[in-house]
Design a binder for this molecule. Sequence first.
Ligand SMILES: NC(=O)c1ccc[n+]([C@@H]2O[C@H](COP(=O)([O-])OP(=O)(O)OC[C@H]3O[C@@H](n4cnc5c(N)ncnc54)[C@H](O)[C@@H]3O)[C@@H](O)[C@H]2O)c1
Length: 431
Amino acid sequence: MSAKEDLLARIAAKSAVIGICGLGYVGLPLSLRFAAAGFRVIGFDIDAAKVEALNAGRSYIGHIKDVKAKGFAATGDFARAKEADALIICVPTPLDSRREPDLSFVIGTVEALAPHLRAGQIVSLESTTYPGTTEEELRPRIEKRGLKVGTDVFLVFSPEREDPGNPDYDTRSIPKICGGSTPDCLEAGVALYSAAIDRVVPVSSTRAAEMTKLLENIHRAVNIGLVNEMKVVADRMGIDIHEVIRAAATKPFGFVPYWPGPGFGGHCIPIDPYYLAWKAKQHGVEARFVELAGEVNRAMPLWVIGKLEAALRERGISLARSKVLVLGIAYKKNVDDTRESPAVEMMELLAARGAKVAYSDPHVAVFPRMREHKFDLKSVALTSDAVASYDALLLATNHDAFDYKALARAARLIVDTRGVYLEPAPNIVKA
Ligand SMILES: NC(=O)c1ccc[n+]([C@@H]2O[C@H](COP(=O)([O-])OP(=O)(O)OC[C@H]3O[C@@H](n4cnc5c(N)ncnc54)[C@H](O)[C@@H]3O)[C@@H](O)[C@H]2O)c1
């Protein structure tokens, strides 16, 4: 039996062991999905605290409640990679200080796995990255071990499409793109993912799969940039952009509503587009929409603070002496993820201008450890006395758990960046 036939048989029989490297927002739900589909799953992570928490049955991700799954165990011991028939890599792909791709986590993982690779394994990269990463960075590191991609090891790129907090879709029901280094790699990848995911969509190469993910995220970044620009234009003209978008969205064809906000956040939309822009430059082309959307979206926190400052000034209060309560510090509603959150960026801007900043977020009890931000704060309980004690509330993230009517009754001023308040009121300013 060839290595591929043996692997396909093990997948079909569910005797294949699945190794997932990186047990974060992507890797943890994927581990639980494969375990639920009947596979034994080994989760690898370099963060010993996460490994310990998972093995004790504790989740560290708000929307994932139950991590006790039969057949799933976490470890920090990469030598156990040889036990796995599939190795799926879900580690971070951030930007460095020059806004260029930082592949150190991906390369670190592949190098940690390499000594333990053997014939008959699938290696799948899921981390969002530029077209060419799988062929240029993974393939040579695997082949250096004397294993031939396509006959010994089956290499694929299959991007993650998580939408944390979305009740309509989960890991199983979100269709999964898969591209292989060779036709046999693709066949193995499709077989692997089809065993746990309802619909797998094959594409012709790893590069097409890498680019598909980037197009999806760039599409969002550009459209969010467009509505944010329209918001600034409409505001100058005294028009409510939310009313306009709601009206335009009644067109039954050819218009898709995107909603403006205080910027963009999360681990994907503010970051991934630059992976393409960087690679495009190497090919001698400019990804101009990517750069422009980034510029517009990154300018939003400062624009919102300008609106807040003007609203306070009209009430005879200087920003430097004001007390501001930021509502919601997660990057989007109903999640606890604060990565790249524009709310946190606005907290920094407020603090730098001398304002006394506090926050309230039902999903983030204590201000988290973040690489570039440090606030020694706890979420403020929203009693009407507490709300009334602030000069302004800055509504940054529209969590469903907030009682918006009660807030509007108690607050002296609300600066609404999410279009929550449709009716004009003397204490509400849209930004
Ligand atoms: N969060 C999302 O909604 C989402 C959606 C689609 C795609 N992605 C992409 O998926 C990838 C992972 O994102 P995430 O949100 O899961 O990140 P995350 O930070 O939540 O998790 C990454 C995990 O990898 C671990 N890790 C880091 N280096 C490692 C190594 N060398 N070996 C093993 N584990 C290591 C970290 O400790 C962490 O637990 C990124 O490329 C991201 O762009 C994320």
